[in-house]
Design a protein around this ligand. Structure first.
Ligand code: ADP
Length: 610
C-alpha cells in the first residue's frame, strides 16, 4: 500500500470510533451538537474522497472526467467543512437571530459560487517522481483557495465581534482549527506529496470531542447549568419570601397592637369585643403563617440557627397547655396533659424552638380531631446532666393513611384535607418541625391509624442546669414575680423612633399605660438632632429597619455624642430567634420584637424606668 495513504486510513478509523461513541452515548440535542454531528460525517466523506483522489490520479489519463469529478468533489468538501466550522463557531458565540439569517445567506451564496465555480472551472493534475508527488492546480483550485480565505476572515471577524459573549469559553477547538489546519496546509503546500489537510480536520474534530462535545462532559455541564439555575432561582425565592414576610409583619404589627388595645377598651359593647377577638385570632393565624414562611426560607438558605439558653421547663409546659386550651375553642375535646415531675425545673436549650415544635403537634391534633381526646405527655430519662424528653401528642382524630405517612414531613404537603376547607393550614408545620427537631439533635416519629387517631412522639435531649447557674436563675425568677404589675412612670420621658406611623401609634397606645411622656419621631436623623440639641430622655425605643438611616446606624451616631447615656432598646419586626443576642452584642441595652408583646414591654419598662 502507498505509504501516504496510511494517515487518511488511520483518520477514518478515528472518525468512525468517534461517530460510534457520539451516537451511542449522546443525549444532547442542542444546535451546536447537531452541527458537530454533521461535521463528523462530512469529515468522514472528505477522508474517503481523499483516498479516492489517489485512485483518481491513477486513472487520470484514461478516465479524466471521473477523476475530475472526484478532485472537484474533494475541493467542495474543503469548503463545506470550513463553512460548518464557521457555523459551529457562530452557534457557540451568538444566538442573535438576525446574525443567524445573515450567516445563512452568506453560506448559501458561498455554496452556490463554489458549486458553479468549481463545477465549471478547469482543474489539472500534476504528477512528479512517478506519482509520489501529485496535486491539482488550475482556476478551480484557486477559487477554492479564495473562498477558504474569505471563510477564515469571516471566522476571525466573528471571534473578535463575539469574544465577550462566547457561550463556551472552551473555544480553543476553533483556535486549534486555525493552528492545525493552517500548519497542515503550509506543509502540504511545501511538500505536496503528503495528504495532511483532511486528517488535520479529523484532529480538530477529535479536539472538539474531547473539549466540547464529549457526551459525558456535556451532560455534566448541562446538569451543572440546570443546578446553578435552580440554585439561584431558589435563592431568589428564599430572599423574596424572607423580605415579603418582613414586609407583612409590619402592618400585622399594627393590626395585632390595635386589636389588643381594643379588647381592653371598656367603651366597646360585647358584640364589638367579639369581633375584635376574631380579628386577633385571624391575625394570629396570619402571623403564624408568615413565621412559617420565614422559617422555611431560613432553613432553605441554611441560615436557621439553634440558639440555646437557660429556660424554665414548667413555664413552657404551662404556656403550651394554655395556648392549646385557647385553640380548643368550642370543640368538645377531652384535653389531657401531664409531665414527669422528675424533670428539673431549669433546662438548657432553644426554648422558643422546643415550644414551637410541640405547639405544632398540639395544634395539629386539635385541628384534625373532631371528637374524643388529645393527650399531651412529657416523660423523661435522665443520663448524667442530660435529660431526654419523650414528648408525645396523641389524638383520636381523623388519622393518616398508611401511604401518606412518608409524605407527612414534606413541604406544603396536606393530606386528605384538600376538600375540607374548614381546616386551616399550609402544610409547612411538620416539615419545619422535623427539621428543627433534627437540628436540635432529636427525633420525631409518627404512628397513625386512619380514622382512629395519631400519635406523634419527639425525643429530645436537653442539658440540665445545675449549681451556681441554677441559684442565679432562681433569684432572677423571684425578682420577676414580685414585679408583675405595671409601674407608674409619671414624669419619665420615652422617645420612640419608627418610620411607620401606624407602628408609632401602637407603641404610643401600649406605653400610655405607664403614664410616661411619650415623644414619637419618624427617623434616625431627627433622633440624633434631638439628642444633639440637648433633649434628655429616660429611654429610647429605636426601630432598626428604617430607610436612609437604619436603627443600627442611628445607634452608632448616638454613641459618638459625648455624655449620651440613655438606654436604647432595639425594635424590629425581624423576630427570628437569635435576633435578641445579635442586638445585645451590637451594644443595644435591650431588644423588643414587633408586634410588641405586653409582657416583654413591661419587663423593659421596669428595668429602665423604675
Ligand atoms: P398543616 O396542618 O398546616 O396542613 P402540617 O405540616 O402541620 O400542615 O401537616 C401536614 C398534614 O399532615 C396536614 O395537612 C394533615 O393532613 C396531616 N396531619 C398532621 N397532623 C395530623 C394529625 N394529628 N391527625 C391527622 N392528620 C394530621
Amino acid at each position: 500500500m502507498d505509504i501516504i495513504l496510511v494517515l487518511p486510513i488511520f483518520s477514518i478509523v478515528i472518525n468512525i470510533i468517534l461517530l460510534i461513541l457520539f451516537f451511542t452515548k449522546n443525549v444532547n440535542n442542542s444546535g451546536e451538537s447537531k452541527i458537530y454531528k454533521t461535521m463528523m460525517i462530512t469529515n468522514l466523506l472528505g477522508l474517503i474522497l481523499e483516498l479516492l483522489c489517489s485512485y483518481a490520479a491513477i486513472i487520470y489519463n484514461s478516465q479524466r472526467a471521473i477523476s475530475e469529478i472526484i478532485f472537484k468533489g474533494y475541493l467542495l468538501y474543503l469548503i463545506i467543512f470550513s463553512l460548518e466550522l464557521l457555523y459551529y463557531e457562530f452557534f457557540v458565540s451568538s444566538i442573535n437571530s438576525k446574525d443567524n439569517k445573515k450567516l445563512k445567506t452568506f453560506i448559501v451564496i458561498i455554496v452556490s459560487i463554489a458549486l458553479i465555480g468549481i463545477g465549471i472551472l478547469p482543474i489539472e493534475l500534476i504528477t512528479k517522481n512517478n506519482f509520489t508527488i501529485r496535486y491539482t492546480i488550475g482556476p478551480s483550485v484557486n477559487l477554492t483557495y479564495i473562498i477558504s480565505i474569505i471563510i477564515v476572515i469571516v471566522m476571525i471577524f466573528f471571534n473578535i465581534k463575539f469574544f465577550k459573549s462566547i457561550k463556551n469559553k472552551n473555544l480553543w477547538a476553533i483556535y486549534a482549527f486555525y493552528l492545525i489546519v493552517g500548519a497542515a496546509m503550509i506543509i502540504q503546500f511545501l511538500q505536496p506529496k503528503y495528504l495532511l489537510v483532511t486528517s488535520a480536520q479529523t484532529l480538530v474534530i477529535l479536539v472538539m470531542y474531547c473539549t466540547l462535545e464529549n457526551p459525558d462532559a456535556r451532560i455534566a455541564e448541562l446538569e451543572k447549568q440546570a443546578r446553578d439555575a435552580a440554585d439561584s432561582a431558589n435563592k431568589a425565592k428564599s430572599e423574596f419570601l424572607s423580605s415579603m414576610s418582613h414586609e407583612i409583619r409590619t402592618p400585622l404589627n399594627a393590626i395585632v397592637g390595635f386589636s389588643n388595645g381594643l379588647v381592653d377598651n371598656d367603651k366597646l359593647d360585647s358584640e364589638s369585643k367579639e369581633d375584635v377577638k376574631n380579628i386577633i385570632m385571624a391575625s394570629d393565624a396570619l402571623l403564624e403563617l408568615v413565621n412559617g414562611i420565614l422559617d422555611t426560607s431560613k432553613i432553605e438558605a441554611g441560615k436557621l440557627e439553634i440558639i440555646s439558653s437557660n429556660y424554665s421547663f414548667p413555664k413552657i409546659f404551662d404556656e403550651l397547655v394554655l395556648l392549646t386550651k385557647a385553640r380548643l375553642g368550642e370543640k368538645p375535646l377531652d384535653f389531657r396533659y401531664s409531665y414527669d415531675k422528675s424533670i428539673p425545673e431549669y433546662l438548657y436549650g432553644d426554648a422558643a424552638r422546643v415550644k414551637q415544635v410541640i405547639l405544632n403537634l398540639l395544634t395539629n391534633s386539635v385541628k384534625y380531631t373532631n371528637n374524643g381526646f388529645v393527650d399531651f405527655k412529657i416523660n423523661a430519662i435522665r443520663k448524667g446532666d442530660i435529660i431526654r424528653l419523650i414528648i408525645s401528642v396523641e389524638d383520636s382524630g381523623i388519622g393518616i393513611k398508611k401511604e401518606n405517612i412518608d409524605k407527612l414531613f414534606g413541604r406544603f404537603e396536606r393530606l386528605g384535607v384538600e376538600k375540607d376547607t374548614t381546616v386551616e393550614g399550609t402544610g409547612l408545620g411538620l416539615a419545619i418541625t422535623k427539621k428543627l427537631v433534627e437540628m436540635m439533635g432529636g427525633k420525631i416519629v409518627v404512628q397513625s391509624v386512619y380514622g382512629k387517631g395519631s400519635l406523634f412522639t419527639i425525643s429530645l435531649d436537653q442539658k440540665i442546669v445545675t449549681g451556681e447557674e441554677l441559684e442565679k436563675l432562681k433569684k432572677e425568677e423571684n425578682s420577676k414575680e414580685e414585679s408583675a404589675t405595671l409601674i407608674d412612670a409619671t414624669g419619665k420621658k420615652v422617645l420612640v423612633v419608627d418610620d411607620n406611623n401606624l407602628n408609632l401609634k401602637v407603641a404610643e397606645r401600649l406605653l400610655g399605660a405607664y403614664k410616661c411622656n411619650i415623644e414619637c419621631i419618624t427617623s434616625g436623623f431627627e433622633c440624633i438632632e434631638k439628642i444633639v440639641s440637648g433633649e434628655k430622655y429616660d429611654l429610647i425605643l429605636l426601630d432598626d429597619m428604617m430607610p436612609k438611616m437604619s436603627g443600627k446606624e442611628t445607634f452608632d451616631k448616638l454613641k459618638e455624642i459625648p455624655e449620651f447615656s440613655t438606654p436604647v432598646v432595639a425594635l424590629t419586626a425581624n423576630a427570628i430567634s437569635g435576633m435578641k443576642e445579635e442586638y445585645l452584642k451590637y451594644g443595644f441595652n435591650d431588644y423588643l420584637s414587633k408586634p410588641i408583646e405586653k409582657g416583654e414591654l413591661n419587663r423593659v419598662m421596669k428595668k429602665y424606668l423604675r
